[in-house]
Design a protein around this ligand. Structure first.
Ligand code: SF4
Length: 203
């Protein structure tokens, strides 16, 4: 097992035992994240939902199926990437995570980023983009204005290409948003294959 995989396993064990924020009291299973420890692409969502909490795995419900389709559009498989969330335990009733909960969980995300050292970070939704932009000291106003644009950010001591997009669940509630997510994942495909110009530098 490589050092990245060992560190990810240590993080996962700590997450499963974590009581740093009130969300621990509501979880069936914590959801540390999963995927390739050497992934070039890391995807960060918001929080586990009902199915994720039940299985202890990220993006396994309807939003997960849509994410798999989007990854296919980008020419990527689940096995090639690493997927996690900003908070690792399900907020009750699928409410949004609070600022305090996101802050309490951030050290785990930072350790995952440092272990994996991804070239590309895809932020799925406004909570993820808000946390990642915040770590880089970059301005974030809304996911609709940030999505679809790649920025170079310095996050957790790494320089990453950051691509914010909508959370796949948004397209389940509003199918008209699906086209925007598809466009963003096509851009991800170009980025992952070494293409895509027009990077904005936000360092
Ligand atoms: Fe710990 Fe994060 Fe779960 Fe809160 S959400 S209990 S900080 S692992």
């Amino acid at each position: 097992m490589c050092e990245a995989a060992r560190e990810l396993e240590r993080v996962a064990e700590e997450v499963r035992a974590c009581r740093r924020c009130p969300l621990h009291a509501h979880r069936t299973n914590a959801v540390p994240g999963e995927g390739n420890p050497c992934a070039r692409v890391m995807l960060i969502g918001e929080a586990p939902g009902y199915n994720e909490d039940l299985h202890g795995r990220p993006f396994v419900g309807a939003a997960g199926n849509l994410l798999n389709e989007m990854l296919k559009l980008a020419g990527l498989s689940r096995e090639a990437v690493f997927i996690t969330n900003v908070v690792k335990c399900r907020p009750p009733g699928n409410r949004e995570p609070s600022e305090e909960e996101k802050e309490a969980c951030k050290p785990f995300l930072i350790r995952q980023l440092r272990a994996i050292k991804p070239e590309i970070v895809v932020c799925l939704g406004r909570h993820s983009a808000g946390v990642v932009f915040g770590m880089a000291g970059a301005k974030f106003s809304s996911i609709m204005s940030a999505r679809g644009t790649v920025r170079l950010l310095r996050v957790a001591g790494l320089e990453v290409k950051c691509l914010p997009t909508l959370h796949p669940a948004a397209a389940l509630y509003n199918p008209r948003l699906r086209g925007l997510i598809e466009a963003d994942f096509r851009l991800l495909g170009q980025l992952a294959s070494g293409g895509a110009g027009g990077l904005e530098r936000w360092l």
